[in-house]
Design a protein. Structure first.
Length: 257
């Protein structure tokens, strides 16, 4: 159902059973998947492509032009998967040519009111961003990460899978997978044990991650030596430990400690 006051360009591709609320604007070339529900006063810009079953609440801005001085109106995209919840006043921006031209959002994510995803970000699946959480450009958020309210994240940072960041936490370097971070400038406070147990990680895996954390952050070893020590230990056979080590080795901004 499309409300009679909504403005939907005839060149937009609207799936079956899509609801579009009053005074919402959908531009040409937009793709909206089956069963999506869009509230009133939403703006969905050209270049936006979303899957099925998404929910977009009032006053959200989806696929707006990137906030980048170098952007000169080139065609870029915002691509979104299925069953995302986008609450009031959320802003999601398209990519830039220099950043690959695409902002990519997976499925089953929950973006609370006033959260912001800037250009060229890559968001996985089942990510939670609380009210006012803010991503600068070119950020990677892996699956199941949780970002607390009013927490800003610096451009080019990466947030690992199953990591949790407290509210009011400024993040300027990568947050490792499976970790907790908090503070006005982010510091690590051990493993996200509660989150790992909720997602049914085995006790063996949790013990391996705990040992990994101790070797990296509590042994006093230089990072390269700590990684070598882990690789020579039996815990290196744990898939989650391997992912954590690969995440460290792929860091460009450095890791939060």
């Amino acid at each position: 159902m499309i409300h009679p006051t909504a403005i939907v360009d005839p060149k937009a591709e609207i799936g079956q059973d899509v609801e579009i609320g009053p005074y919402t604007i959908v531009e040409k070339g937009v793709v909206i998947g089956t069963g999506t529900k869009i509230g009133p006063h939403v703006v969905i810009r050209e270049g936006t492509r979303m899957g099925k079953g998404n929910q977009i609440y009032q006053f959200s801005s989806v696929g707006e032009a990137p906030q980048a001085f170098a952007y000169k109106g080139e065609p870029t995209t915002l691509q979104m998967g299925d069953h995302n919840i986008i609450r009031e006043c959320v802003t999601l921006h398209r990519g830039t040519p220099k950043g690959g031209g695409k902002t990519a959002i997976g499925s089953n994510n929950f973006f609370m009111a006033y959260s912001h995803i800037a250009h060229d970000c890559e968001i996985g699946n089942q990510v939670v961003m609380a009210n006012g959480a803010t991503l600068a450009g070119h950020i990677l958020i892996e699956d199941y990460a949780i970002i607390g309210g009013l927490s800003p994240i610096h451009q080019f940072c990466r947030i690992g899978t199953h990591a949790i960041i407290s509210g009011l936490t400024g993040v300027g370097m990568d947050i490792l997978p499976y970790m907790m971070a908090a503070g006005s400038r982010a510091k690590l406070y051990g493993l996200n044990i509660v989150g790992l147990k909720r997602h049914q990680f085995s006790e063996q895996t949790i013990r391996a991650l705990k040992k990994t954390y101790r070797i990296i952050f509590r042994s006093g070893l230089p990072l390269e030596k700590a990684i070598k020590t882990i690789e020579e230990d039996e815990i290196a056979g744990t898939a989650e430990v391997q992912h954590l080590l690969q995440f460290i080795q792929g860091s460009k901004r450095g890791i939060t400690r």
